[in-house]
Design a protein around this ligand. Structure first.
Ligand SMILES: [Zn+2]
Length: 827
């Protein structure tokens, strides 16, 4: 009997131990920090924890990356809280006003820990496993009033790019020599996602699938605390909150103060271990698209923690101070701050809840409504951005709105109709509305980490009024367009105003439809068609029996209103056989990539072609430029980059002779300097004033501030446009450009075209520009076309693809590809 009882007990013990949570090292089969774990191994560990501790760990899959890796969060808390997870979530949203009613029950702190947004800052994801383990095994008491949401890897594609590269490159045992291959990642590095976007600049624009998917689950929860785990240079030990100035003015005193409390809690642990750190420097809270600012503007204490390391340090590296920094150290530090964050949040669960609730009182915001007017497609695109943030909006009513006028930059008014959009600030996410829409962000300090202007009316090319009184609106209506086949028509016309028009064009070109565009306005069937309007005729497409059906299907797919035409004889303006109405060439486009190319600019363009325009582009590694047969392409895009080593004398000669035969180069940013001031090209740079005082009177302590005078940190300028030039078809006579670099060029002479340019007195509408940088801007070029033989070079001095959020700039690129100098050679 006794032995039988014992064997039953032993049997149950074995069952328990079988189902027991293993440490990361036990589970992975190697010491945590002795290898880089692949993403699937990390997900397996989280699954293991959810299986062994199902009452306390719940996993949720919130999406998939472009390379099909899962995006996952784990909810970790007490058994009771996990049972009541939905009630806790609803209570929290009741505090924000998103869900009606009053929260009840005990105060629960909600802490969200995001790891490895930059793929090569790879200690973070390892630390997510040890943090999970220690929460469950050592810190149960905190979980009684805290829900911890862990995203073990925000950027799985970048993380695995780094981990796989390191695994195939590193020596065994690892080499601490900084010059060893394992400390020098090849282009493009593991930091960005698949399309080479920096996901820590993408929260507000949600252009990438990882960000868009995350916002859905983030907005369901709106945590009280959000930590974004990063890594910085190998000699800078650790950075944690409180953050540096400038703080955006919507940040509350409580948010500021609690950052300090958190920082002091971390300091307690770091001091005990003798670990160094810094606070209040470098990482500010202004630009809204970071993993610290976005959560902050949504009511959380949003923070960045930076461990020494990133893609340089591998498993171990000897830094410049003679210290060997190991992956194990990095994991230990990130685990410590993660746990310390949960601890201090648990201790302050009550005040976190009360203060979080206060944040959502938006009654004191200066502007009550933002009214937006303009092209319907741009309004629709803006609506989908607002939808991603679950910010509500209305349609305006027939009437007028007055307040700050974004176009005139002074008080004014605007007549409104139901086509206009109204966004109010007295909604739960009102502070984010202010941050995204306000005309000018208040800067408490010009020394900032990022751009200082992103005002959406300018980015979307919309007229706008910011009103201090609430502008009444009505429920927004969904618009739908439907066309039907008209067999008596000889063809169809479409106005050219937006990127959606360009998507329609790209779709038809891919289907082999011949399409024309007009370089002059014309009138047909009582309707005026401006420059750039598309014309599709049956005469141009004799072999396409089902042309009507193809066009109508494409028009309905993109919600385009197409106009049937019954004669080629125009009421006014050119007839369809006129030389001013040209066939659009089905362009074959190539783009340079590789180590001479800016990965960010290349990635934004790559994403634009594949995911937005959906038009084929061939990526060419710039290292192979010398042996590439350019004659296979009509258009060569040169993203921002340093091409001097490939565009040496022979490289430039090869390129120029291809252009002269009818090729078209589209050059962005620093790629322009491949042509500027070179023999045989017209473009001239504006030289920076390099005159030096004979004696430098700038005190050493002021050197950073002095340097700021030379900077343009993302400011918006009003530029003049020649909208009779094909590059600016579909635009009015002006454009608001986001200027991010200080390099500037003179306007073009001879038979070339200045399409976008600054006048003698440049009009800055928003953002910071240093006084020295400003001096180079009068009469400078923004967008231009230089003719070389039969071909062209199109200069984009300002990057219309920057982080893919300056929506109104994207049409310039499609114009450049399809309309500018359309006498392209046949391939
Ligand atoms: Zn980072």
């Amino acid at each position: 009997m006794h032995t039988r009882f014992l064997s039953i007990v032993l049997f149950f013990i074995s069952l328990i131990s079988f189902a027991q949570l293993q440490s990361p090292s036990e589970f992975l089969g190697y010491d945590l920090g002795s290898q880089f774990s692949r993403h699937h191994q990390v997900i397996d560990y989280f699954k293991h924890a959810a299986k062994t501790n199902s009452a306390q760990v719940k996993l949720e899959n919130y999406g998939e990356t472009y390379e099909r890796r899962p995006l996952t969060v784990a909810f970790v808390s007490s058994e009771e809280n996990i049972k009541n997870l939905e009630t806790i979530r609803e209570n929290n949203l009741k505090n924000t006003g998103i869900i009606k009613g009053n929260a009840s029950g005990k105060d629960i702190a909600i802490v969200w820990l995001s790891y490895n947004v930059h793929g090569n800052e790879a200690s973070a994801t390892e630390a997510s496993m040890s943090t999970l383990y220690r929460l469950l095994t050592e810190n149960q008491s905190w979980l009684e009033n805290t829900v911890v949401i862990i995203d073990p890897c925000v950027n799985p594609d970048g993380r695995d790019r780094y981990a796989n590269w390191f695994n195939e490159t590193s020596s065994k045992p690892y080499d601490i020599d900084q010059q060893a291959s394992e400390h020098n990642e090849p282009w493009p590095g593991g930091r960005p996602n698949h399309y080479l976007f920096d996901l820590n600049r993408d929260w507000a624009w949600a252009s990438q699938i990882e960000s868009a998917s995350r916002l859905k689950v983030y907005n369901k929860w709106l945590p009280h605390i959000h930590v974004d785990f990063h890594e910085q240079g190998i000699n800078e030990p650790y950075y944690f909150a409180p953050a540096a100035e400038p703080f955006h003015e919507v940040i509350s005193d409580w948010q500021r103060d609690f950052q300090t409390q958190i920082g002091k809690n971390h300091a307690k642990y770091f001091d005990k271990e003798g670990w160094l750190y810094f606070t209040r420097e470098r990482f500010d809270l202004l630009y809204p698209s970071y993993g610290d600012t976005y959560p902050t503007f949504m009511g959380a204490i949003g923070m960045t923690y930076e461990q020494a390391g990133h893609g340089r340090s591998g498993l171990g590296i000897l830094n410049d101070e003679g210290i060997i920094l190991t992956l194990k150290d990095r994991i230990a530090h990130h685990t410590t701050t993660g746990l310390s964050t949960v601890e201090i949040s648990s201790k302050n669960a009550k005040s976190l809840n009360t203060e979080f609730k206060k944040f959502f009182d938006n009654s004191n915001l200066k502007y009550k409504s933002y009214v937006l007017q303009g092209n319907a497609d741009r309004i629709e695109t803006l609506k989908s951005l607002l939808d991603a943030h679950e910010i509500s909006y209305e349609s305006a009513r027939n009437g007028s709105a007055s307040g700050y006028n974004y176009s005139t930059m002074q008080q004014g008014s605007m007549n409104t109709t139901s086509n206009d959009l109204v966004v109010h600030s007295d909604q739960p996410k009102g502070k984010m509305v202010k941050v995204l829409f306000e005309p000018n962000t208040k800067l408490s300090d010009s020394l900032t980490y990022d751009i200082t202007s992103w005002s959406l009316p300018y980015a979307y090319g919309l007229k706008a009024i910011a009103s201090t009184k609430k502008v009444r609106g009505s429920a927004a209506k969904a618009t739908s367009v439907s066309n039907s086949v008209d067999t008596s028509a000889i063809g169809y016309a479409l106005e050219w105003n937006s990127l959606t028009d360009a998507k329609f064009l790209a779709d038809l070109l891919k289907q082999g439809v011949k399409i024309r565009f007009t370089e002059k306005p014309f009138t047909q069937e009582g309707k005026e068609f401006d420059r750039g309007s598309l014309i599709i005729t049956k005469g141009d497409n004799p072999k396409k029996q089902d042309l009507d059906a193809i066009i109508v299907a494409a028009a309905n797919k993109f919600s385009r209103k197409i106009h049937p035409l019954y004669s080629g004889f125009a009421t006014s303006g050119p007839d369809f056989g006129s030389p001013d109405i040209k066939l659009v060439n089905k362009q074959k486009v190539a783009i340079l990539s590789g180590k001479y190319t800016s990965s960010l600019n290349y990635g934004a363009l790559w994403h634009f072609f594949e995911q937005q325009l959906k038009y084929p582009v061939t990526s060419i590694n710039s290292e192979h430029f010398g042996r590439v047969n350019l004659n296979k392409y009509n258009v060569l895009i040169m993203p921002n980059g340093s091409y001097s080593s490939i565009l040496n004398e022979s490289g430039l000669k090869k390129l120029k002779s291809w252009i002269a035969k009818g090729g078209k180069v589209i050059a962005f940013g620093n790629a322009i300097s491949s042509f500027a001031d070179k023999k045989g090209f017209n473009l001239k740079s504006i030289k920076e004033d390099r005159k030096q005082d004979t004696i430098n009177k700038v005190p050493y302590a002021n050197r950073e501030r002095e340097n700021v005078k030379k900077l343009i940190t993302g400011a918006v300028f009003k530029t003049s446009l020649d909208n009779t030039h094909p590059l600016a078809f579909g635009y009015p006579d002006h454009y608001y450009t986001l200027k991010i670099g200080r390099r500037s060029y003179k306007q073009l002479g001879n038979n070339n075209y200045n399409v976008g340019y600054l006048d003698a007195k440049p009009v800055k509408v928003s953002g910071f520009v240093g006084e020295k940088a400003f001096k180079n801007l009068p009469n400078s070029l923004i967008f231009g076309e230089e003719r070389v033989g039969s071909g062209s070079i199109i200069y984009f001095v300002d990057d219309v693809m920057f982080r893919s959020f300056w929506e109104n700039g994207k049409l310039f690129l499609t114009n450049a590809i399809f309309f500018v100098n359309n006498n392209a050679f046949e391939l």
